[in-house]
Design a protein around this ligand. Structure first.
Ligand code: SF4
Length: 287
């Protein structure tokens, strides 16, 4: 059992400080992400060392199109997410507890050795929300850097400043999934808020991390020209036109059975809007 970092004690349990939810967890209870539990007055990271998904992916699949193109990475994931997007494309591992999936016990050293054995230049923390398994990601990332491997974060970016800042020296690249520039959408559909996501993107850029952004376009929800324009304006207002922007095609999943997949024309139109706002690298995904 791995004791968690970033928590405080309360009269009847603990309060996790990893993400803006700041879950107050009573003895025997778990946080919203299902992967952090209070036992005997301490908080534990339940999914430490038991990844539920392991694969070798082209780095473009993360997606990262401007970071070590043409290379492969070791993709690794544990269960847990601090968002609850109704359309989650990975709900079978993100919206479950560690004991509800199959997993392979692997120490951080074994993960790094696996990467070296397959001559992979990077490790991607991906598929679910890596900040909900911060301790495991951090321990691997430190060892990986010691072996000159790169660390890639694939995240929704909903994390508190302190755990992010502690990870940044070991991070090389990130793809952050922005749902929309609409805070109401974050609250109503994802159980989160927008502002920390944007602040964290700026913090990563300020730290010199290579950042790319993904925006899953869902028909009728976040795919209008106004939505696209608002996102592009935020990028240009912060001189971030050089951040590669990926518009991704939505397919019905998890709790969203309708609408159907995003029309290709919507994605093409989004690309045109982004280019017209000076975004330099615009890609379409899942098409
Ligand atoms: S990481 Fe999990 S337990 Fe911690 S505050 Fe966020 S949702 Fe709650």
């Amino acid at each position: 059992m791995q004791e968690a970092r970033f928590y405080t004690k309360t009269v009847d349990g603990v309060q996790c400080q990893i993400c803006p939810h700041h879950c107050r967890i009573k003895e025997g209870g778990r946080g919203i992400c299902r992967s952090r539990e209070c036992r005997n007055g301490k908080l534990y990271a339940l999914s430490y060392g038991i990844p539920c998904a392991l694969a070798i992916d082209p780095v473009e699949k993360k997606p990262l199109n401007r970071f070590m193109p043409g290379t492969y990475c070791l993709s690794l994931s544990c269960t847990g997410c601090n968002l609850s997007c109704r359309w989650c494309q990975n709900s079978d591992i993100s919206q479950v507890a560690p004991e509800e999936t199959e997993y392979t016990p692997l120490t951080p050293e074994e993960v790094v050795n696996l990467c070296l054995k397959h001559s992979l230049p990077s490790i991607a923390y991906t598929y679910t929300e890596p900040f909900t398994w911060w301790e495991y990601m951090y321990d691997i990332a430190v060892l990986a850097h010691n072996k000159s491997l790169k660390n890639i974060l694939v995240s929704a970016g909903y994390v508190e400043k302190e755990p992010l800042q502690e990870l940044l020296p070991y991070l090389d690249a990130a793809n952050i999934d922005i749902k929309s520039l609409d805070d109401t959408l974050y609250r109503n559909y994802c159980g989160a808020t927008l502002a920390p996501v944007l602040d964290n993107i700026l913090a990563m850029k300020a730290a010199g991390i290579h950042v790319e952004i993904t925006n899953l376009l869902i028909p009728g929800l976040n795919d209008t020209p106004t939505h696209i324009t608002t996102l592009c304006r935020w990028l240009s207002d912060h001189n971030l036109q050089n951040i590669p922007l990926h518009f991704s095609r939505y397919f019905p999943r998890y709790r969203m059975k309708t609408p159907g997949p995003t029309p290709t024309q919507t994605l093409l139109q989004a690309r045109e809007i982004a280019l017209s706002h000076g975004i330099e690298h615009v890609f379409l995904g899942n098409v």
